[in-house]
Design a protein around this ligand. Structure first.
Ligand code: NDP
Ligand code: 8X3
Length: 251
C-alpha cells in the first residue's frame, strides 16, 4: 500500500490525518517531538487497521536531525507517495512591539524552515518515482493578516509562496502540490499559542463552532485521493461562522 509521511502527527490535524489514512489502508510515517504519543499512536493504528507505522521522533527545526533521522530510514520506507507538511505552531498574540523575539524565531524556524528541511529530504524520493503529492498546511492567516498575528501570518504567507514555487519546480516530475488553508479549528493549537493558558485558549473558540481536526483530515484525504491527473492547488476552508482570517459572525 502507499506510504504517507505526516509531520506533527502527535495531535490535531496531523493525528486526525494519521487516523484517516490508516483507516483507508495506507502505511504511515508519523513524526513529532513527543515519543510517547508517537508510540501510542503507532500501536493503536497498527492494531486497529493492520497497517505498518514508522514513528520518527525529531524536531523539524533541527536540520541535522531531519537529515539523519529521515535519511536513515530503510529504503522500502522511502517510497513515500504523500508528504503532509503539517508540523507548525503559533506562539503569542501581542502587538508587534510587545512580542518576544523568541516567539518569532520559533515560528519562523518551525513553520517555514522546518517545512523546507523535511521537503528537501523527501522530494528526491518522490522524484525517483516520478509521482507524488506534497500537501502543505497553510492557514487563512496566509491569506489575510489579523491584529496581533504579524509573524504567524507571515510564516503562513511564506508557506503559501513556497507551495506555489514547489508546484512550478516539481511540475516536470509530475509531483502534485496542494496548500490547504484552514480557518480556526479546535486542536491543541491555541493551548500552544497561549503557552498552556487553557482559559485563554477556550475563550478563542467562544461564540462559534470551529472546524475540527477530522474536518481538515477529511478534506486533505479528498485532495490526496483525486484521480492522478487532477490536483487541487490551493484550498481555503473555514467553519460556517468564519468568512476570512479575521471576520467572524459569533453568537
Ligand atoms: P497542534 O498543536 O494540535 O499540532 C501541532 C503538531 O505540530 C504537533 O503534532 C506537534 O508535535 C508538531 N510540532 C510543532 N512544533 C514542532 C517541531 N518543532 N518539530 C516537530 N513537530 C512539531 O496544532 P494543529 O493540528 O492545529 O496545527 C497543525 C498545523 O495546522 C500547523 O501548521 C498550524 O499552524 C496549522 N493550522 C492550524 C489551525 C488551527 O486553527 N488549529 C488553522 C490553520 C492552520 P510535537 O509537539 O510532538 O512536536
Ligand atoms: C490558525 C488559525 O485563526 O488562529 O492558523 O490564525 S488562526
Amino acid at each position: 500500500m502507499a506510504i504517507v509521511l505526516i509531520t506533527g502527527a502527535t495531535s490535531g490535524f496531523g493525528e486526525a490525518c494519521a487516523k484517516k489514512f490508516a483507516a483507508n489502508g495506507y502505511d504511515l510515517i508519523i513524526t513529532g517531538r513527543r515519543q510517547e504519543r508517537l508510540t501510542a499512536l503507532q500501536e493503536q493504528l497498527q492494531q486497529e487497521h493492520k497497517i505498518a507505522v514508522l514513528p520518527l521522533c525529531f524536531d523539524v527545526r533541527d536540520q541535522q536531525a531531519v537529515n539523519t533521522v529521515l535519511g536513515n530510514i530503510p529504503d522500502n520506507w522511502k517510497a513515500v507517495s504523500i508528504l503532509i507538511n503539517n508540523a507548525g505552531l503559533a506562539l503569542g498574540m501581542s502587538s508587534i512591539e510587545d512580542d518576544d523575539v523568541s516567539n518569532w524565531d520559533t515560528m519562523i524556524d518551525t513553520n517555514i524552515k522546518g517545512l523546507l528541511y523535511v521537503s528537501k529530504v523527501v522530494i528526491p524520493w518522490l522524484k525517483a518515482q516520478r509521482k507524488g503529492h506534497i500537501i502543505n498546511l497553510g492557514s487563512t492567516a496566509a491569506k489575510q493578516v489579523y491584529a496581533k498575528g504579524h509573524v504567524y501570518c507571515a510564516t503562513k504567507a511564506a508557506v503559501d509562496s513556497i507551495s506555489q514555487g514547489m508546484r512550478i519546480d516539481l511540475l516536470p516530475h509530475r509531483i502534485k502540490v496542494t496548500a490547504v488553508h484552514p480557518g480556526a479549528a479546535v486542536t491543541e493549537f491555541s493551548e500552544v499559542r497561549f503557552k498552556g493558558d487553557k482559559e485563554k485558549a477556550d475563550n478563542f473558540y467562544k461564540g462559534f463552532q470551529p472546524l475540527t481536526g477530522e474536518d481538515v483530515a477529511d478534506t486533505i484525504y479528498y485532495c490526496a485521493t483525486l484521480p492522478p491527473h487532477v490536483c487541487i492547488n490551493d484550498l481555503v476552508m473555514t467553519c460556517v461562522q468564519q468568512a476570512n482570517a479575521y471576520y467572524f459572525d459569533k453568537e
